[in-house]
Design a protein around this ligand. Structure first.
Ligand code: TYM
Length: 332
């Protein structure tokens, strides 16, 4: 059976981008067609300046939202990365496989490193090595497919390179995974800055729709989305990035095609109204389920405990095999 692994980092509240680019596919298709693991990758939240209490809070919130989005613990494994030691164990072996040069080329390292420096903060070493930990997350489970938004494609490419290199040097140990992306909305853009990705850890929030935003807040954010000075509703990502983004969102929410939907919209205002209502409707059941789950925190604890136990049992033999292959003496 196909093995799927993917994750979400608790550095902020989950966004519409996270949902349309990744989580929705996990819930609607991936958990039914494969042996799937979905992880709140909390170790990754420590790569930038962080508040421990906030990371704890956001980790629980992210896990709750994954369940609210429809992940069913009877069908897939939902867990928290730091509960399974194998990720960190394998990460070190992959640090001994990767090079500084290839990590410095990672786009997200360049972007976040520059942001941190501009804010007068020092850049944590883990920000550079982060894609290696992500590779460990994936390779520890013999993963075939990694369903992610577009922005993670480069990290999954690196993961493939590391798997191939390790296998060539030390003998076949890892499955070489591939990334999969949704057909529409693989990169939802910021509503106020439609040439930049909608990211959960951005400082200005007017262009970001959070999954837990109240319906009226969602409407306001979408109605104020930046477009351009034109009037024609056309799907042209280069010339009309704001309009194209709204069409992508509308298409993802309603199941249509962005080009076809453009033809049916008479004005930018009408497009915004349709997109706003479509997002509100899509999020309504998720918000309701989230509220129910919050009323029963013990349920989440149980899901995460069972998930970690299952994940550990899957990762342990793979990581042990990698330890042996690379030349470490078995513990006896
Ligand atoms: P993260 O937490 O930034 O995002 C989680 C998932 O949401 C997708 N995504 C988007 N998709 C479309 N439009 C957007 N604006 C948007 N923003 C985010 C991301 O592509 C991702 O699929 N490095 C990862 C977490 C990670 C991981 C892994 C993923 C760690 N280990 C192993 C897969 C496998 C990250 O920062 O995702």
């Amino acid at each position: 059976m196909t093995r799927i692994f993917s994750g979400v980092k608790p550095t902020g509240h989950l966004t519409l981008g996270n949902y349309l680019g990744a989580v929705r596919q996990w819930a609607e298709t991936d958990q039914y067609r494969a042996d799937a693991l979905f992880c709140v990758v909390d170790l990754h939240a420590l790569t930038v300046e962080h508040d421990p209490a906030r990371v704890r809070r956001l980790s629980r919130q992210a896990a709750t939202l994954l369940l609210a989005a429809g992940l069913d613990p009877a069908r897939c494994t939902v867990f928290v990365q730091s509960h399974v030691d194998e990720h960190a164990r394998l990460s070190y072996l992959l640090e001994c496989t990767a090079t500084v040069g290839e990590l410095r080329r990672m786009i997200q390292y360049k972007e976040k490193g520059t942001q941190a420096q501009a804010a007068g903060q020092s850049v944590r070493l883990s920000l550079l090595t982060y894609p290696v930990l992500m590779a460990a997350d994936i390779l520890a489970y013999g993963t075939d497919e990694v369903p992610v938004g577009d922005d993670q494609a480069q990290h999954v490419e690196l993961t493939r390179d590391l798997a191939v290199r390790f296998n060539q040097r030390y003998g076949h140990t890892f499955v070489v995974p591939k990334a999969t992306h949704p057909k529409v909305a693989a990169r939802v853009m910021d509503l106020q800055e439609p040439t930049a990705k909608m990211g959960k850890s951005h400082e200005t929030t007017a262009g970001i729709v959070y999954l837990l935003d109240e319906p009226d807040v969602v409407r306001k954010k979408v109605m104020r989305a930046v477009t351009d000075s034109g009037r024609e509703v056309e799907y042209d990502r280069a010339a009309k990035p704001g309009v194209a983004n709204l069409l992508d969102v509308l298409a993802a929410c309603t199941g249509g095609e962005p080009e076809g939907l453009a033809a049916g919209c008479t004005s930018y205002g009408a497009l915004k109204k349709d997109a706003a209502e479509a997002v509100v409707e899509l999020m309504r059941p998720l918000r309701a389920r989230h509220a129910e789950l919050c009323a029963d925190p013990g349920y989440l604890d149980g899901v995460l405990r069972d998930g970690a136990a299952r994940a550990r049992a899957m990762a342990r033999p793979v990581v042990d095999a990698a330890y042996r292959a690379i030349g470490l003496l078995p513990a006896g």
